[in-house]
Ligand binder design. Structure first.
Ligand code: ATR
Length: 276
């Protein structure tokens, strides 16, 4: 058996096994299997070793709260170092990468959203925001970060300037950022995520930037309050499930060497979401 899986604590609600196992089945990769692998945060090094040396795992995805914690135990690539988080490990060379960046940028591309030379507003300054800012800045966007705690956004950008020479980003308040205008507003905070689905990072009363597409990295629920607000202002909206699927597709390609059946993975993710 060729085993891969997802580590985190807890991982019971992950829809990745459904997504990857459906992809293996669709391509006839009957010797591949994707498993849940709960690893407590205080034994990350041992957990990784056990999966690799005794469990025979080829690689793993990494979810909360381990994405930063695995960094010292793998060889992170430039993207993972810039984001400060690893979400995919290949045990064959002990490399670590961050396919959240790829998932987000591929999904924007699939939706025909062009950011090169354009202003983009990113809400948030955590791990998801770092992935968004890195991908957008590398694609030539002018990024404005808005965060409840602006100091955290400043630290994030200062870090990314050092680790990835990212300069095309600054920090503003929401009203300032909205007034400047943008082609895209990304919710990279956890606000609005189930079960607190009535919350939104967009403050009522701040005018939506004309023509901006709304992208919510939150995928549970499908339609968030942020998306509803944007839609009411006439905006086109995109939910976060495509990003989740495409980060999985990138990991699939890394491990198996084959192109992932994205549509199959999307359908499996959607149906798993209804049962988990
Ligand atoms: P992730 O890795 O998923 O990005 P995180 O690192 O915990 O998660 O970051 C969460 C983000 O959501 C942060 O930007 C956080 O804002 P602060 O930096 O001010 O904490 C934002 N966030 C979480 N709850 C929020 C809330 N109720 N209102 C506004 N922002 C919130």
């Amino acid at each position: 058996m060729k085993k891969v899986g997802i580590i985190g604590w807890p991982v019971t609600h992950s829809i990745s096994p459904a997504m990857h196992n459906a992809a293996y089945a669709a391509l006839g990769l009957t010797d591949w299997q994707y498993e849940l692998a709960p690893v407590p945060p205080d034994i990350v090094r041992q957990g990784l070793r056990t999966l690799r040396d005794e469990g025979g795992f080829i690689g793993v995805n990494v979810t909360v709260p381990l994405k930063e914690k695995v960094m010292p135990h793998v060889r992170p690539d430039e993207r993972a170092r810039a984001v400060g988080a690893v979400n995919t490990i290949d045990f064959r060379d002990n490399s670590g990468t961050n396919t959240d960046v790829i998932g987000f940028m591929d999904d924007l591309k699939a939706h025909g959203v062009e950011v090169q030379g354009q202003r983009v507003i990113v809400l948030g300054a955590g791990g998801a925001a770092r992935a968004a800012v890195y991908g957008l800045a590398r694609a030539g966007a002018q990024v404005t970060v808005v965060n409840r705690t602006p100091q955290k956004a400043q630290v994030m950008l200062a870090d990314m300037m050092l680790s990835a020479n990212i300069r095309s980003a600054d920090v503003l308040t929401l009203d300032e950022a909205a007034e400047q205008g943008a082609v895209l507003v990304v919710n990279a905070t956890s606000v609005g995520m189930w079960p607190k689905t009535e919350e939104s990072p967009w403050i009522t009363g701040v005018a939506w930037p004309a023509g901006a597409v709304a992208y919510d990295m939150v995928y549970r629920p499908h339609q968030t309050t942020f998306m509803r607000q944007a839609e009411q202002s006439g905006a086109r909206v995109i939910g976060g499930l495509g990003m989740l699927v495409r980060q999985g597709a990138a990991a699939f390609k890394l491990w198996t060497g084959q192109d992932a059946p994205v549509e199959v993975m999307y359908a499996a993710a959607e149906s798993a979401l209804q049962t988990t």
